[in-house]
Design a protein around this ligand. Structure first.
Ligand code: NAD
Length: 263
């Protein structure tokens, strides 16, 4: 199947590692021109070089912190300057810290709101004029299976990520007339640095090594294993493509069957 991504322009936020990087690589492999951003310039340049080498695609690296409005504006402006527009936005950020309700102050709730929800709002606001002008756009937000089923010990994620789903559903209605499609993609357990550190913390809490804890971490996953960033990216790349032209307002988990609920 030709995904129709050749020549499309994509911005992938928080893309020096993990799922963001895998999404950028997947889009570049399908012929898209890709802007990647993340805070650490060294990691970002290494990721951009790796993507260029593997795909021969045009890759623009713009160091940016998605917590800073001026950085977001710069990422979009530099993309438009280099590639002439923006077709696809993959809104992504690092996740809020682990912890339970009693551990979180107002400052931690505020920081999680800004990282998870406000960064998504600002990224979308900045790309919309370009997508509206061309009457074509794909916006995907990387969230978590926690929007379908809260995860123990992750109160900030459980409390704030569902707001992004509410935002996406609202925008699916508001942006349909402009042929801009918006969906939320929810990883279950995907083998990235973030998951490894989360698993290490849980293993430590259970008095086990990471290796000893892995069977516990995979026991409730019907496919019996943790997913790879590439498996996650395949779904994102499809949803970003021409072929996903009738999918908007959806919240799709990529979780090996972890979530048992029906909706
Ligand atoms: P990761 O730690 O492997 O990568 C995170 C990326 O975000 C890195 O490139 C980092 O530099 C960048 N980043 C972090 N904060 C940033 C900021 N303020 N501005 C710009 N870039 C920033 O993480 P991941 O596992 O790929 O997770 C991506 C998202 O998916 C996170 O929100 C995470 O909470 C969520 N998630 C992950 C899993 C999983 O199993 N890995 C499961 C559910 C949800």
């Amino acid at each position: 199947m030709d995904l129709g991504l050749k020549g499309r322009v994509a911005i992938v936020a928080a893309a020096s590692k993990g799922m963001g990087k895998a999404c950028a690589l997947g889009l570049a492999a399908e012929g898209a021109r890709v802007t990647v951003c993340a805070r650490s310039e060294a990691d970002l340049l290494a990721a951009a070089n790796e993507i260029r080498e593997k795909t021969k695609a045009e890759v623009l690296a713009v160091p940016a912190d998605v917590l800073r409005p001026a950085d977001i504006r710069r990422v979009v402006a530099k993309t438009v300057e280099a590639f002439g527009g923006v077709d696809i936005l993959i809104a992504n950020a690092g996740g809020p810290p682990l912890g339970s309700f009693d551990q979180m102050s107002d400052a931690e709730w505020q920081a999680a709101f800004e990282l998870t929800l406000l960064s998504t709002v600002r990224l979308i606001r900045e790309v919309l004029p370009h997508m509206r002008k061309q009457r074509w756009g794909r916006i995907l937000s990387i969230q978590s299976s926690s929007v379908k089923q809260p995860i123990d010990g992750l109160v900030l994620s459980n409390g704030i990520r569902p707001g992004v789903v509410g935002l996406s559903k609202t925008l699916a209605t508001e942006l349909g007339k402009d042929n801009i499609l918006i969906n939320t993609v929810c990883p279950g357990r995907i083998l990235t640095d973030r998951l490894q550190s989360g698993l290490r913390a849980r293993a430590k809490g259970a008095g086990k090594s990471l290796e000893e804890y892995l069977p516990t971490a995979t026991a409730e996953i019907p496919l019996g294993r943790i997913g790879s960033p590439e498996e996650f990216a395949h779904v994102v790349v499809f949803l970003a493509s021409e072929r996903a032209s009738y999918v908007t307002g959806a919240t799709i988990q990529v979780d090996g069957g972890l979530i048992r609920g029906i909706p």
